[in-house]
Design a protein around this ligand. Structure first.
Ligand code: F6P
Length: 355
């Protein structure tokens, strides 16, 4: 099917915010209008805005200044329509009442998973892959990742000089719930002495041994980068770390609030090596602020491609980057299983510089 005439497009941003969301919104609104005379409405706060029928009209002059602005002017939430009995029906009803021909859903695994499930109810949608964690399958990279890595790298650079001055070990905890892309890229870029990721449970004793060895060789400071989702190997350390970091705050998609592994690890390193240790948690600093040039370009390409996909009648797909080119992959290929780290980055590129 080919939709060549003007469309009424709904756009929403769901999940954790991410630098580049506004650049996608801008690209959808501007290219939709200029190339196809589309009209675009923005739903507020992700799927919650569709469930509650809250939207704003988006015109090119309203979004033209958004390219460099972090966050999302539409607001975001982790509301899941499928968490309530009448949520999916409310979405279908409100889209029909608003005359929406198709949706652009900008989000990560959860937001796009909802778009996929709504397809079975007749909702026509194209997904745009967003997450600083870079853990969506089907695309080489998500927008926001590059900016988060840049922010984390600059932080590690700063931690290096204070660690050196005080002969300390500093553990830097970065985001990365299921995967260690941010930790590995920022760790390599910042010259980290250890990088610990969720994909590879770590041995605390071995980490301490390598730090001791390094300090015996005359290097009196070390930087350890740890993903928030990294955990020790099974055993007493895992039990201790779990007790220190577990949270009862769980969102509608079942994700617990993470954080604390950096603090736990810094205490363990100090206790076992005798070296004064500190921890820094970068947290949401990695998600806020202006996107890098790379992310502005990627977000714009995704937005342009999403509009093209809608007008080609290509629904139920996510726009993606593969081999440097824009492609469209089925939503079911993108959601459900995280894109884990290429472990050779750790073993072949990062590890030779450890110790
Ligand atoms: O966007 C993904 C992510 O950055 C994860 O790495 C992190 O666990 C989560 O968001 C935290 O989000 P929030 O504090 O908004 O719940």
């Amino acid at each position: 099917m080919c939709e060549s005439g003007p469309m009424r497009i709904g756009v929403l941003t769901g999940g954790g915010d991410c630098p580049g969301l506004n650049a996608v919104i801008r690209a959808v609104v501007v290219t939709g209008k200029r190339l196809h005379d589309d009209r675009t409405v923005g739903y507020l706060d992700g799927w919650r805005g569709v469930m509650e029928r809250r939207s704003v009209p988006l015109r090119p002059n309203r979004v033209s200044h958004l390219l460099a602005r972090g966050g999302t002017v539409l607001g975001s939430s982790r509301t899941n329509p499928f968490a309530t009995d009448d949520g999916p029906q409310a979405v279908v009803k409100h889209l029909a009442q608003d005359g929406i021909d198709a949706l652009v859903a900008i989000g990560g695994d959860d937001t796009l998973g909802v778009a996929q499930r709504l397809g079975a109810l007749g909702v026509r949608a194209v997904g745009v892959p967003k997450t600083i964690d870079n853990d969506l399958s089907g695309t080489e990279v998500t927008f926001g990742f590059h900016t988060a890595v840049q922010t984390a790298t600059e932080a590690i650079d700063r931690l290096q000089t204070t660690a050196e001055s005080h002969h300390r070990v500093i553990v830097c905890e970065v985001m990365g719930r299921h995967v260690g892309w941010i930790a590995t890229y920022a760790g390599i870029a910042g010259g980290a002495d250890e990088i610990l990721v969720p994909e590879v449970p770590f041995d605390v004793a071995a980490v301490c041994e390598r730090i001791l060895h390094r300090h015996e060789r005359g290097r009196y400071s070390s930087i350890v980068v740890v993903s928030e989702g990294a955990m020790p190997e099974p055993g007493p350390d895992l039990e201790s770390a779990t007790a220190a970091t577990s949270s009862s705050n769980v969102d509608q998609f079942g994700h617990a609030q993470l954080g604390g592994i950096g603090e736990w690890l810094a205490q363990e390193i100090e206790r076992r090596t005798g070296y004064e240790s500190r921890h820094t948690t970068l947290g949401h600093i990695q998600r806020g602020g202006a996107p890098t040039a790379f992310d502005r370009v990627l977000a714009t390409r995704f937005g342009v491609e999403a509009v093209a996909a809608l007008h080609d009648g290509t629904f139920g797909k996510m726009v993606a980057l593969q081999d440097g080119r824009m492609v469209r992959v089925p939503l079911e290929e993108a959601v459900g299983k995280p894109k884990t780290l290429d472990l050779t980055l750790l073993s072949e590129v990062a590890a030779p510089f450890f110790g």
